[in-house]
Ligand binder design. Sequence first.
Ligand code: BF8
Length: 632
Amino acid sequence: MTIHYDPETLKKIVQERTIDESAKPVLARTIQEGIETAWDRLEAQQPQCGFGQTGVCCNRCTMGPCRIDPYGGSPNRGVCGAGADLIVARNLLDDLNTGAAAHSDHGREVIETMLETAEGSAQGYEILDTKKLMTVAAEYAIPTNGKTKNEIAKAVALGMLEEFGTIKNFIQFTRRAPEKTQAIWNTTGIMPRSVDREIVEGMHRIHMGVGADYANILLHGLRTALADGWGGSMMATEVSDIMFGTPEIKESWVNLGVLKKDMVNIILHGHNPVLSEMVVEASRNPELQQLARDKGAQGINLAGMCCTGNELLMRKGVPIAGNMLNQELALATGAVEVMVIDYQCIFPSITRTAACFHTKIVSTSEKSKVPGAVHMEFHPKNAMETALGIVKLAIENFSYRDQNRVLIPGKPVKMMAGFSVEAILGALGGTLKPLIDAIAGGQIKGAVGMVGCNNPKIQHDFGHVALSKELIKRDILVVQTGCAAIASGKAGLLLPEAAELAGDALKSVCQALGIPPVLHMGSCVDCSRILVLAAELAKALDVGIDQLPLAGAAPEWMSQKAVSIASYFVASGVFTVLGIPPKIFGSANVVNLMAAGLNDVVGAAFAVEPDPIKAADLIEKHILAKRKGLGI
Ligand code: BF8
């Protein structure tokens, strides 16, 4: 069915929804052809529930659901007697727990894959980065003399799995933080004891009738977030590097234009690299390449989406089709044979979108089944078999593509990615000294870790791109992960040429090093790379992370994982600005604690500022104050 819009109205709707040029023609198609997207569903949800938005709706037990008047009127207590402070704090901890669990459970799966690889029961994997394996083994005090690579990898895997739920009582990677930061965690009682323990205890604490002190609940939230950032997420990053290689600087391409009209297109969407790495291998299989040619295609084209895309981009240079709000649009190009999904940030609606075309959605995780998808369950022991089967399915589906309906917009944008901490050190000549000198000398005023999602509540990619441009203009280096990094890639900010948009001082540093002013550091679990970089800078200066001229930003965040990330940034001492208000404004006490009180606890706090210019003002002011504190 075609819905007729006058061209100006259509252009205006599209413009209001996204700044992604490659997305615009496809978005216009969805509107004209009645293919539903997240933007349409957001409209249909209006007006959204004010109790939910301010965090004062409690649905924990069957005496409820209860809601509190966020303006201080009646009712001001739920049936159990919980007031706004408690309800808001418990809801926030619930979100944070969910996010920390998602990251950490992903981490556990990567570690289990390494264990099975080391034991010889996984199919198609090998340990690629022996240097990192040895570094991590040393941190875990694992003897390596006379041991094989697989024996060491097995011991590291078991050492990490220990830290998920046993009584060891600390997480090794927290020892990577500077001593002054660790001291803050110990003093305030938020040093995480184990990954699963903090999450489970968090779930316990939000049960009906467990504690009524909002501050106590939120402090545990910080401990849980640290267990994610310095635990589950950091393990996910480090073990993925050990298994698949630590990222190095490389060039690739981004936006919906990476799809190819004459090739079999497979999109890899989700978060965990363990299967998608195998799909990359399987796509190189000569028999399958031949089969693709037999079916009339020029070959097999892989494209990433969201953080699985970031993982493959960072290590393999696989082009990336887009970020979270691109997922339905990628399907609406009509050019995708298969979209492979693992888990997280995958719209439950994608099978409906795919049904408008020949596209098959292939779910692969036992945890993440989607009605309407073909389920090809992945386990390390059948990894290669599953990957080969998925690629074959895609090739066979190419015959059903209607080329007349294919809409691949424009050309992809070139980008540079792969900025692991190791790659950054490499670019600096093996030491952080040039970076520290540039910060001390003022050529780089400070740095911002910009992370997080898309959210149809604000124009797609605008928050990331506008804030990034404003920061680099002020000589503030930006490092990014997740959908933020993909947005910058599409806008051309991940290229050395983008240094032209930076202030003169930052421009000269970027030009001298041949790097972009915005660095792509990976997927969302790779926010742990940002922590490691911050820790190394702080250790070099013998200060806590909270004393550094750093900030965090999440201009378009939406997921529970983003709640955890922002919280571990703050708990680690990094002032963090959110572009979307969290659901806490029903409690003035919670807002005051998050926006100010935490400064006295962990040396950092949150701010909410949707306007990118004002957000940059807040960040710059904070960075200048920290510089003053350091006497630079
Ligand atoms: O983990 S940035 S929308 S894709 S949650 Fe999801 Fe947000 Fe994107 Fe990656 Ni992160």
